[in-house]
Design a protein around this ligand. Structure first.
Ligand SMILES: Cc1ncc(COP(=O)(O)O)c(C=O)c1O
Length: 282
């Protein structure tokens, strides 16, 4: 069992109702924050994404000050930890999908920082492509909502290919993301390296680290765009890397068994991100 510490609606001793719509329908959102030196990283970006998601799903959540304080308090009790924030529509007032009058629930859960081989960020990770595809739905696209069955199916597929992460395509065959990460491809055009990441208008999670990489690339004068990408783009990519709020950047060293070397743009972005990954709220 994972050693997790849980606060429900701001209290250690509280309980979550068995009627909570987060449990019944996945009616809620979550954030996973990396916390270093007792402080949450990219907290403002996480809270901003949560606020956008709440507005789109018409979920009510405690104000940002309250959430910020609760997350900071959870993080302060360990040097390095993972803090997960969940916001749900709360215990159902009536049975059925119709919502109305619910009081939202919110949970803060602190996990130990996972032990991980540092070689993953240096030498890179192996990825395979999932058979399970992502449904396309602009109403949910970009949100970090609680329905993660597609990722669970993909992550647990039987496969002979050994891989640390699994890439997912949408139903119409577009490359979208990893099961727990966003994906970036580097192509050479006219002697320059260009960075591209799938646009997430129809599915996928708009990752915090994805937004940081796009922001830093723009500041560094690196050509970067969000666009439609497909598996042939993986075949022609000079470099591929994955991002999430905890891992930062993982270079990809093989795709479905085909080797690929971590390249100069990936290394440059890893270097640019390194000080930000040490900071609390960059
Ligand atoms: C499906 C999916 N996509 C992308 C990401 C990356 O998001 P972030 O950079 O906010 O961690 C995650 C993170 O868990 C994820 O589960």
């Amino acid at each position: 069992m994972t050693a997790a510490t849980v606060w429900i609606n701001g209290r250690r001793a509280a309980r979550l109702s068995a009627l909570d719509r987060g449990l019944h329908y996945g009616d809620g959102l979550f954030e996973t924050l990396a916390c270093l030196k007792g402080r949450p990283r990219f907290l403002s970006l996480h809270l901003a994404r949560l606020a956008l998601g709440c507005a789109r799903l018409r979920l009510s959540a405690p104000g940002p000050q309250r959430l910020r304080a609760a997350i900071e308090q959870a993080a302060a009790q360990a040097d390095r930890s993972i803090v997960k924030l969940l916001v749900t529509r709360g215990p159902a007032v009536a049975r059925g999908y119709a919502a109305g009058g619910e009081q939202g629930s919110w949970l803060v859960i602190r996990y130990p920082w996972p032990e991980e081989d540092p070689a993953l960020a240096l030498s890179g990770v192996r990825v395979r492509t999932a058979a399970t595809r992502l449904g396309e739905n602009p109403a949910l696209a970009g949100l970090k909502h609680l329905n993660r069955l597609e990722q669970i199916l993909a992550r647990n597929e039987d496969s002979v290919i050994e891989a640390e992460e699994t890439l997912m395509l949408s139903h119409s065959g577009k490359l979208i993301s990893g099961t727990m990460s966003n994906v970036f491809l580097v192509h050479e055009a006219g002697g320059r390296l260009r960075l591209r990441t799938p646009d997430l208008a129809l599915c996928g999670v708009a990752g915090v680290m994805r937004s940081v990489v796009l922001r830093e690339a723009a500041q560094e004068g690196i050509s970067a765009s969000e666009c439609a990408l497909a598996p042939p783009d993986l075949d022609t990519a000079a470099e591929v890397f994955l991002t999430n709020a905890r891992i930062g950047i993982w270079p990809v060293r093989s795709i479905d068994g085909r080797p690929l070397a971590p390249g100069p743009l990936t290394r440059a972005l890893q270097g640019r991100l390194a000080p930000l990954l040490e900071a609390a709220d960059a």
